[in-house]
Design a protein around this ligand. Structure first.
Ligand code: ZN
Ligand code: ZN
Ligand code: ZN
Length: 206
């Protein structure tokens, strides 16, 4: 399996796919403030709120105030915490398997138009998931993800840099964070592949 570096995947998909993918940037996850605005516009669909994404900022995210040891799993394409002796539970079977960058994810900082809070560690599967809805999504262990630890705040709609990787997305089925830089969208605990929606997250790494 390949690493999640963009330099690897960019050659694996057609140039024509990029503009289409950009259209997804006009959709955004519903934050508390976003729900109000979007509900008024009548744009709530399928339980996942759509909103206009913030414009791309000219500055990439920094690596300050983050937690390291977050890694890409090359089996399910999800983001998981690699700081324990065990590597959690992968929806593709067995434990997650790390590859690629050592991500350094900001936490306990303010939410901004270019950074979304309520991303959490699941202490059952070790994955990162969005806990901004009443449900905790779908955990590969069974039932919903269970939040523990820090409140992570993920940069989005900012430029990709040598120390920050784009194309990390929210999955509408499992609520997990996964990398959509490959033609495949990995393995979702809810079945089949993940399904991307919302922001284009740009995750700092070493
Ligand atoms: Zn996995
Ligand atoms: Zn979980
Ligand atoms: Zn999923």
């Amino acid at each position: 399996m390949g690493l999640p570096e963009r330099s690897d995947e960019s050659s694996r998909q057609s140039d024509g796919e990029r503009p289409g993918r950009r259209l997804f940037l006009s959709r955004a996850l519903g934050t508390t403030a976003g729900l109000v605005v979007v509900a008024a516009a009548g744009a709530v669909t399928g339980g996942v709120t759509s909103a206009y994404a913030a414009p791309v900022s000219g500055q990439g995210p920094t690596r300050q105030q983050g937690q390291r040891n977050w890694r890409f799993c090359n089996k399910c394409f999800g983001m998981f915490y690699y700081g324990y002796p065990q590597n959690g539970v992968c929806p593709a079977g067995g434990a997650h398997y790390m590859a690629g960058y050592d991500f350094d994810i900001p936490y306990n900082v303010g939410e901004t138009p270019n950074a979304q809070a309520n991303w959490r560690f699941c202490d059952r599967c070790y994955g990162m998931f969005f806990f901004g809805y009443p449900s905790g999504g779908w955990c590969p262990v069974g039932g919903s993800h269970h939040a523990a630890g820090f409140n992570f705040v993920l940069p989005h709609e900012v430029v990709e840099t040598p120390n920050a990787q784009a194309y990390w997305r929210f999955c509408t089925n499992c609520y997990g964070l996964f990398f959509w830089g490959y033609p495949s969208k990995g393995r979702c605990p809810a079945g089949n592949e993940h399904n991307a929606a919302g922001f284009n997250f740009v995750i700092p790494h070493w």
